[in-house]
Design a protein around this ligand. Structure first.
Ligand SMILES: Nc1ncnc2c1ncn2[C@@H]1O[C@H](COP(=O)(O)OP(=O)(O)OP(=O)(O)O)[C@@H](O)[C@H]1O
Length: 318
């Protein structure tokens, strides 16, 4: 997929006609509940997404991410609570839809339409303006323009789904698991396009199960489990909630190090700490002073995966 979103004159967005970006958050979610019969899938969720942010809504399977996104997209009415997009109800389609691009987990294009016909249809359905050629180039489907949707591979269908979100370079783009099923080249290319859109001021809300993508790309993360946020903040905010670890093994006959932890086995130590730099320096100073070689020494910061794995033990936050 080539990055072909640099020619911003090719697409007519509503940005210019609005006389510059409006102040305030693009998305405001307040005490959102989503019920399916007796089952509450989203429980009192509150968050805001600021203009130009890339916000990743992460969580365990069934956490309620898609249910919350569907309300923001205007596809589902909240059971209670309020959601505002550009200060308006997301069900106010005439006001919101031209400014919001959505990539669903499955967009369901008609199987017998060609790729070019499908992309043209996006323009008619969303009210956004763009050219089919530009969008096909952006999602690297130019060579498939005359191919019927049913003949596309899984990854190609996913790129056609992505076209629905980037058509017209909208101000707000919602991507529900955008890179699932894409090979590494297509993933990198998709992120190039997203970065290009961000440079032009688009706001992105994303769900993904690829934590390294969220770790690299997101300004802020909302981590959901069983309908609520367990953590919300930057990657650093989230990883700070768990200790980092220092591991090493001591050679036989070494004096005992000044640590509040005993070796797990065979003089192999694992030290958990919220003060990685301070503890590591203390250990290295001790090893230096005592002429000790720390075998297999490693110091690992907390990763988003670790926070995710500990999600069951994290306190519930609305
Ligand atoms: N139409 C529905 N009727 C009844 N229950 C539903 C419906 N849609 C979703 N649910 C339930 O609501 C919960 C949240 O589902 P949702 O799809 O929002 O989760 P998710 O975080 O997007 O999950 P995943 O990561 O697995 O896609 C799940 O327990 C799911 O079974």
């Amino acid at each position: 997929m080539e990055h072909q979103l640099t020619d911003r004159t090719a697409a007519s967005t509503t940005r210019g006609s609005l006389g510059g970006p409006a102040p305030g958050p693009v998305v405001e979610v307040e005490a959102l509940n989503v019920d399916y019969g007796d089952f509450r899938a989203v429980k009192g969720l509150s968050f805001q997404v600021q203009r130009g942010e890339l916000y990743a809504l992460l969580g365990t399977n069934g956490a309620g991410k898609t249910s919350a996104l569907e309300v923001i997209e205007g596809h589902r009415t909240p059971s209670s609570g309020t959601v505002r997009v550009f200060g308006k109800s997301p069900t106010d389609r005439a006001a919101v839809r031209p400014r919001m691009g959505i990539m669903l987990q499955e967009s369901g294009f008609a199987a017998d339409l060609t790729v070019a016909e499908s992309v043209r249809l996006i323009g008619r359905l969303t009210g956004r303006s763009d050219t089919v050629e530009r969008v096909l180039g952006a999602v690297d489907l130019t060579r498939k323009a005359d191919t019927r949707v049913e003949q596309l591979s899984g990854g190609e269908k996913r790129r056609l789904d992505f076209a629905t979100a980037v058509y017209g370079q909208p101000e707000l783009i919602i991507l529900d698991e955008p890179t699932t099923g894409l090979d590494i080249q297509s993933r990198d290319a998709l992120w190039d396009v997203v970065e290009g859109l961000r440079q032009d001021g688009s706001t992105i809300i994303l769900t993904t199960h690829y934590l390294e993508e969220a770790q690299q790309r997101a300004d802020r993360i909302g981590l959901m489990h069983q309908g609520t946020f367990r953590h919300q903040g930057t990657v650093a905010d989230l990883t700070r909630t768990l200790p980092a670890s220092i591991r090493f093994t001591l050679p036989p006959g070494t004096p005992t190090p000044p640590l509040a932890t005993a070796p797990a086995h065979d003089a192999a130590y694992q030290l958990e700490t919220y003060q990685l730099q301070r503890e590591l320096k203390r250990l290295l100073d001790w090893a230096d002073t005592n002429g000790v070689e720390l075998l297999d020494l490693s110091a690992a910061p907390t990763r988003l995966d670790d926070v995710f794995r500990a999600i069951d033990t994290a306190p519930v936050r609305s």
